[in-house]
Ligand binder design. Sequence first.
Ligand code: PLP
Length: 345
Amino acid sequence: MKPLNQLIRPNILNLEPYTCARNEYTGEARAWLDANENSRIDGFNRYPDPLQIEVKKKLGAMRGVAVDRIFLGVGSDECIDIIYRVFCRPGVDNVVAIEPTYGMYSVCAAINDVEYRRVKLHDDFSLDAEALFNAVDENTKVMWICSPNNPTGNSFPLDELKNIASRFDGILAVDEAYVDFSDAGSMVDALDDYPNLIVMQTFSKAWASAALRLGIAFASAEIISVFNNVKYPYNINILTQRQALKVLDEAPMIKSVVKELIASRDNLADRLLGLDCVKKVHPSDANFLLVEVGDASAMYEFLKEHGVIVRNRSKVTLCGNCLRITVGTEEENDLLIEKMVEYGK
Ligand SMILES: *Cc1c(COP(=O)(O)O)cnc(C)c1O
């Protein structure tokens, strides 16, 4: 890995960060007269904790990560964007990513005027590490690997990810949005060994809190402290912070629902495989299935007309005639199967 001060954009490295009132003084006080809030009406009058320490303590205890190695963003979206803004010089630097994968990495690259280099997975959706490194040059700052990957559903072996982390000079960003549905394990436990590793997770999938907009980045304390200097000072509002604490307290319930979802996914895969119209159900480590049919666009339209909305991925690399189908409630899954039977071949 290159030294961090060669990876971070010079303007970010030299940034004199904004210090907000709630950063400058923390602790107990008899009178809060530092932030120009309305002291006369209680409820939402006070600014929230800019570093969300209580949420990070609880989350960190659960994932085995220190508070100063956790960043919270407005969804993974903010985590993705901040990686570009911290590391990638617009118009100069580039990133390398597997293809197909989650669409936000390329959209954020375009917004930040950063070249986005797509490297195709093998036909069986496995990693092509040689091709990834062939796409790297001296201005490649970030490599994006989503595992379990969206939309293919497979995860990549931790050994392969660790190999890439140790070979790569830049930042390896591993998106683990679906990690709770997989037995493959998490790269979070490898953070100590790879200072260039950023692992992203989210409250939007297994934690059933997409509406909260809360994404997580785990990394070295050095990287996290730069993220904290770059983010909007009060990016995570108080309602989200309070609700996140409640959700984290529900961990045992969430775990058991995730278990149910995994069993339901495997059952749904079997039922889909039994249908005449289904050619292939790709193995999934996530809460969705990538399903190949004869004519994905026709099937998509038919299902839509009957009120069943799936994702048509047939235009995506390596996903010809594939639909991405989220595991729903048992009733939703039954309706899906019923309509697919009705569709016929
Ligand atoms: C759904 C998803 C996310 C979650 O994004 P949020 O902004 O946290 O809701 C992140 N990464 C991938 C690959 C996803 O599929």
